[in-house]
Design a protein. Sequence first.
Length: 403
Amino acid sequence: MADLGSLLAAGVFVAFAVHRAMTIRRGAGPAQRYIAGFAACMGTAMLFRAPVMASALHSLRPLDAVAALATHELKTCAQAMLLFVALSLKPSRPDRRSVRRQVLLAFAVLVVGAAALLAAGARAESGPAAAPVGQRWILASYNVVFATYGSWCLLVLVRELCRQAGQLTPGPLRTGLRLMMLAGLVGTAWTLWVLTYIPTNLAQGLQAPSEDAVCSALGAVTAILATGGATATWWAPFPEGPLGAPGRWLFAYRANRALEPLWSALRTELPQIAFDASAATRRPAPWRAEFALYRRVIEIRDGHLALRPYVPTDVAAWAAEAADRSADRRAVLEAATIAAALESKRAGHRQGGPHSVGPAPERIAGTIAAEAAWLLKVATAFTSSSTVAAVRARARATCDSAA
């Protein structure tokens, strides 16, 4: 379990660091570089702290001691990177003196941590590293310094993320910041978990070379939340984000099928609205459903416009008389208008002379998804509304009597 958690967290951090390094451009802000640096440092450290890696390094003495020291230093560097992320997010650019202070503090923590580990004299004769009796307190002091500095860096970052999120409207960016805030809080618990090692440090002088199960689990959760927050605009709900493509495909495929009865009725009377007759009648592949839906929406709109000269002048009154208390009467009225115009078109009964036009279709501002959502309501009313059925019958009777 510890191996799985550590390797999962390491893999997520390293993959994210590589992705950021490949996508960061010359004009990117410092926060992006600090985030990539944090992920690279923490991912590498966790990779070497995984139990399977710790066991492999143990057989390579004295390199295992060097690797252990480098791992602890990488974790401290990762903590410092988070502090610099927080500084770069402040509304006013921090002055050089405060930045220099934080750099010196980070350097001091790195030096103190390395000195404490070396001074503790922990040696791995068999199993976990053990410090001599007189130096056990130094090992415990190192964990206190690490936990104190790390949790302080994380809480400063969480405070700044909270301020940033409070200034944003609901959306993927604010969701991402909140996920990163949660990652910071879980990361604080992960950092403070090393304080549970202090009793063992003092009583037995032991410092485990790898993560325990709880520490690995906290690391994995932190990695997933942090990466999810940093990439929130990718997996945002429809219609945003590249990772939302499967959801968009599913929506488009289902909407395309739901619009078919309305589209088929229009195309039967107005075959010219179909851009590609053979393609229009085929079931599109899921990854082509968005284009098929876009084409179908346009064809339905073209058909409705082409029917305007055939819309009976009394269609609104007929719909009002046969009202079925629909939740969306506008959609029912548009569906009834189309149904009545189709009956007039079949009978060749043009309304009001050769140059007359009927009411324009409902205008929907927004994306193709908004248009499709509106036409889905119209298509549902076209096939199932009793009001539309009554208007269709009234239009047919009127055309028959006029003939």
